[in-house]
Structure formats: C-alpha cells, structure tokens
Design a protein around this ligand. Sequence first.
Ligand code: UDP
Length: 240
Amino acid sequence: MGKATDKELIVNGRRLDGREPYHMREIKMSVDEISSANGSAKVSFGKTTAYASVHGPRSLFPKFLQESDTGILRCRYNMAPFSVDDRKSPGPDRRSVEISKVIRRAFEPVLFLEDYPKSTVDSFIEIVEADGSTRVTGINALSMALASAGIPMKDLVAACSVGKISDTLIVDLNGVEDNNSESDVGVAMMPQKDIVTLLQMDGILTKEELVMLLNLARESCKKIYQIQKQTLMEKYRGAE
Ligand code: UDP
C-alpha cells in the first residue's frame, strides 16, 4: 500500500492499462521450463513473470535438519535485481524472507509431506519481471511446478490479488496500482476444496468490502485454476 497518487487510477470506469475493475491481465502459463529441475513452470500476469522450480523429494542434509516422521518443504522467493526499474539489491531481505515463509505455508496443506520422512522438497521462485502481484504469480507457478514434478497433491493452489484503488474494488493489481492502493489483498486457495491457504491484507477496508473482495478472489482463482489445469493436461497429453 502506498500514498495517494496525483494520477487518476480509474478514468471512465477503466484502469490505466485499459482494464475493467474485475479483469485480470493476460495470463500465460507453461511447464518444464528448467531441465535440471524435477518440475518447473513459468507464469506471467501481464508484465509480472515468475519462474518456479522444484527439486526432490530428496534426502535432507545436514542430517540434524531431518524430521524422522515427515518430510519438509523449503521455499525461496527471490526478486531478480533487474526485475524492477530501480535495481533491487541482490540477496534476501526482510520482504523476501517473509514472502518465502507465507508461500511455504500456502503449500504445506496440499502436500503429503508425511510420506517423505527425513526428506525435503526444495522449491524456488524467481521473479524476473515485477509489475505488481509477484507473490501470487509465484504461487501459481510453484503450484504447477510441484504438479509437473509428479508430487502428489490434494489440490492445486491458485492465487490472485484483489484490492481497492480510487474507491473502486479491483482484481489483479499491477505495480502502479499496488503502490497507490487504498488496500491490497493477496489470496491463495485450493480451488476444488474451496480452502484458503494464504490471506494477506494491507490497508483499510470495510467488512463488506473485504467480503466482496474475497468473493472476487475466489472467482478469479477458479479461472486461474482452469488455465493451470489445461496447461498441465496439455503436458501429459503431449507425453502420450
Ligand atoms: N516492488 C519494487 N521493489 C521491491 C519490492 C517491490 O519495485 O523491492 C514493486 C513490485 O512491482 C512489486 C510491487 O512493488 O510487484 C508490490 O510489492 P509487494 O511487496 O506488495 O508484493 P507483491 O504484490 O509483488 O506480491
């Protein structure tokens, strides 16, 4: 969330990039983008582009990190230095550590980690271009990378951002909208089971606005899920 901007963010009912309030940007998805990974995916929402790669399940070292009755999921979210206009200093910072943690927690409920004692599933999200909503774009990519790695899942995870700009509720915030929003909310869910696995909110909303945004997020996640499913089915159809 940022300060109010001098620029009008909604003009004649349209956002600055021409979208109507509830429209998402163009979504592109593909899998098997990284040959050294067990599973990988690339997802773009407009200019925001995330790669995800999954390695494992594999033995966890050093051994003292191992859990005897379950496997663990490790997750690293990273924004490349060249992903934003002002170069981002490389390496982890508070924001990326927090985002890595909430993404890990968004996936733990969908995996059968107890089937992999003493092991780890290592996952990496690299944001190569950032124009808002990077964590949810990364989550959509990681969901497909896990599925593409053949790791059993209770459901996919689909994610989107919703928020409020210029007193208007919107879906899929881009960078300028995020920086000038009155509120932004990141949502990830298991779309078939209708279970929310991540919910983060910045800014101020009324209870009614929050309920409405959550419904918009749910509808949008279901649309995203259809694209994820179709992309994965094409991979397996191609393998026949
Ligand atoms: N951003 C940036 N530099 C940074 C972090 C973020 O320019 O170091 C921009 C980027 O466009 C990002 C947006 O601010 O997508 C919103 O960041 P936020 O922390 O809200 O997370 P996101 O919406 O990307 O999940």
